[in-house]
Design a binder for this molecule. Structure first.
Ligand code: SF4
Ligand code: SF4
Ligand code: SF4
Length: 250
């Protein structure tokens, strides 16, 4: 039979373990809610989390130490690879060693291949977003650091010329991202000269919208093909629309 001291010791231990458990659980719950930037070829976040076995081989294979394994304090699922562009961006290795090293296809070669050949420019790790309020090029001050360093200069990141109406004699040279081409490598975020970078890489599924079947770009060859197979025989109730317009305060 346990004496009182042993019972007390056991009780304190149990409380400490419960507190530690709740701390870890809280962290884990918080971690699940955040999505950070994944290596090239990563499947969508839920598929990625289901297939990544946290082996760290991609991290080991990265020659630039870009990739890190998440810890509980990183705010992402513990043990999974991610990167922080402001610290170390992805250098877009042509042979993509991180993807080649992945044993489970969590980093999927097909997502970074063209005609069966590895093609790092297909990587979509995120997308660069510009805060035009803090980008000094949008103030009219000359800065093209991100543009110059973009590995896909004039494709992913372009400079747009615009007349500066404020001075009436200068031009703006504005960095503009082409979201269809940007790899999310983060070199632009790394080199941005503002204290808190005015250009940042964000997860694509968080920032990008989708028009789905609502609109067609008539000026883009073949865009209407997206609508093949869509049911165009939907019957609209004209009276319903009329009632809505007449009954409301329009
Ligand atoms: S492409 Fe190269 S630099 Fe980028 S994460 Fe993979 S191994 Fe690292
Ligand atoms: S190599 Fe693949 S399975 Fe291993 S940690 Fe990297 S992504 Fe996950
Ligand atoms: S993330 Fe920045 S540097 Fe990398 S491709 Fe996109 S715009 Fe260029």
């Amino acid at each position: 039979m346990q004496n009182r001291r042993e019972v007390l010791k056991f009780g304190l231990k149990a409380v400490a373990l419960a507190a530690a458990g709740s701390f870890v659980w809280t962290k884990a719950v918080k971690a699940d809610k955040l999505v950070l930037l994944r290596p090239p070829g990563a499947k969508n976040e839920s598929e990625f989390l289901a297939s990544c076995i946290r082996c760290g081989l991609c991290v080991e294979a990265c020659p630039f130490d870009t990739l890190k394994l998440a810890t509980l304090s990183s705010g992402v699922a513990n043990g999974t690879p991610h990167f922080t562009p402001r610290e170390t961006p992805c250098k877009l290795c042509e042979d993509i060693p991180c993807v080649v090293a992945c044993p489970t296809n969590a980093l999927d070669k097909i997502l970074v291949s063209t005609n069966g050949e590895l093609d790092i420019n297909k990587a979509r790790m995120g997308v660069a977003m510009i805060d035009t309020h803090s980008c000094i090029a949008y103030w009219g001050i000359r800065c093209d650091a991100c543009y110059r360093d973009c590995p896909l200069i004039d494709k992913a990141l372009k400079l747009e010329y615009r007349r500066n109406e404020r001075t009436a004699k200068h031009a703006f040279l504005l960095p503009v991202v082409d979201m269809d081409v940007c790899t999310g490598c983060g070199v632009c975020e790394r080199v941005c000269i503002t204290q808190n970078p005015a250009i940042k890489i964000m997860p694509r599924d968080i920032v990008m919208g989708s028009v789905d079947q609502n609109y067609v770009k008539g000026w883009v060859e073949g865009d209407e093909k997206r609508l093949e197979g869509v049911d165009t025989n939907i019957k609209l109730d004209i009276n319903k629309a009329k009632d809505y317009l007449n009954d409301g305060e329009l």
